[in-house]
Design a binder for this molecule. Structure first.
Ligand SMILES: [Mg+2]
Length: 335
């Protein structure tokens, strides 16, 4: 048997010691033992991760694309044009809703606004400057070279996610997309089982525009609430499931059949990352090198993934043992 073949067996599994002593000289045998020990130290452990879970917007492309700014503008316009909310209240209201409910849409539902989800998404995302997003062959190559499952987890709707991935040239890099429709499959009238749910105004009702009541149901005045109480614990609950609620993250893990402890989660939102950490995920904040509490790593750009996390590629290396004992260059993590 050629010595190279024997070597391959030795580093990957046990081998009869008498056979080795006959086949190899004493000095060769010492080298073999050294290689075997190196292999066991570096490769014998189980891969740490089964899956990479990626947020989409401002994570797989930079904030500088300008899409986030346009999304915010469109949300504000929707609140004025479709819901009849006074323009002067929009900044305060949308900030409170976003802060307390994860997304403005989830907050609008909580305080009593009826929304046609598809209409909302098409209004907010339909006019975005998608052409600002360019194909990203560097990221594509990094993702395709990763020998681990990859899943998208976004609060946005399916149409938006598909457009973004298409523009970035990444549409075939992921096993699946967990999006708004995945976590909120019943659309309208989806009532969560939370006992504190506010009564939901049925979808057949006209949009709220001037009056703050419908069917005798009083809209919850969140601006007034915080002006008087500054207390988030008594807020009405939303039926919408979205990040950063731990429930949303747990549902996403269940749908994708993921074990939190063996999944690494990338997101540009600190609060999403912190919620992910509470659920047990490994976490990577993207968009800054400043690592906040709750983030295991922080990457200025998703392009830095290989420098910061070379171990993600090690599953590949295990399959191709390098007899020289060299492995991928280990770069110190930047945060
Ligand atoms: Mg994001």
């Amino acid at each position: 048997m050629p010595k190279t073949l024997i070597l391959n067996h030795i580093v990957k599994q046990s081998f009869d010691i008498n056979f080795l002593l006959i086949t190899f000289s004493a000095s060769e045998f010492r080298i073999l033992l050294f290689i075997k020990m190196e292999y066991q130290d570096r490769y014998a452990q189980e891969p740490k991760y089964d899956c990479l879970l990626f947020d989409l917007d401002d994570t797989l492309y930079p904030l500088s694309s300008g899409l986030a700014k346009e999304v915010l503008k469109n949300i504000h316009d929707y609140m004025v044009e479709k819901l009849g909310i006074e323009r002067s209240k929009i900044d305060t209201l949308s900030n409170l809703l976003y802060k307390n409910y994860g997304t403005t849409m989830a907050g609008l539902r909580a305080i009593g606004y009826d929304l046609d989800y598809d209409e909302y998404h098409s209004f907010v995302h339909g006019r975005l400057p998608y052409d600002n997003l360019k194909p990203d062959p560097i990221l594509r190559s990094l993702l395709l070279s990763l020998p681990i499952r990859k899943v998208i987890f976004t609060n946005a709707d399916r149409v938006h996610a598909a457009k973004v991935l298409n523009k970035l040239g990444l549409e075939d890099c992921f096993e699946g997309i967990i999006c708004f429709e995945t976590l909120n499959p019943t659309h309208k009238n989806a009532i969560s089982d939370d006992e504190y749910d506010i009564e939901f105004v049925g979808s057949t009702q006209p949009r709220i525009n001037t009056a703050n009541t419908t069917r005798g149901f009083k809209m919850f005045d969140i601006i007034d609430h915080f002006a008087k109480h500054n207390d988030a614990t008594t807020l009405p609950k939303t039926p919408i499931v979205c990040k950063p609620s731990e429930n949303a993250i747990e549902k996403a893990l269940k749908i994708a059949k993921l074990n939190a402890e063996r999944t690494i989660f990338f997101d540009d939102s600190v609060r999403n990352i912190q919620a992910g950490k509470r659920v047990g995920l490994h976490t990577v904040l993207v968009g800054t090198s400043q690592r906040p509490k709750g983030a295991d790593y922080a990457l200025e750009s998703i392009h830095n993934i290989r420098e910061a996390l070379p171990e993600l590629w090690e599953a590949d290396l295990r399959a191709e043992v390098d007899y020289s004992g060299k492995i991928a260059r280990e770069t110190s993590v930047t945060a």
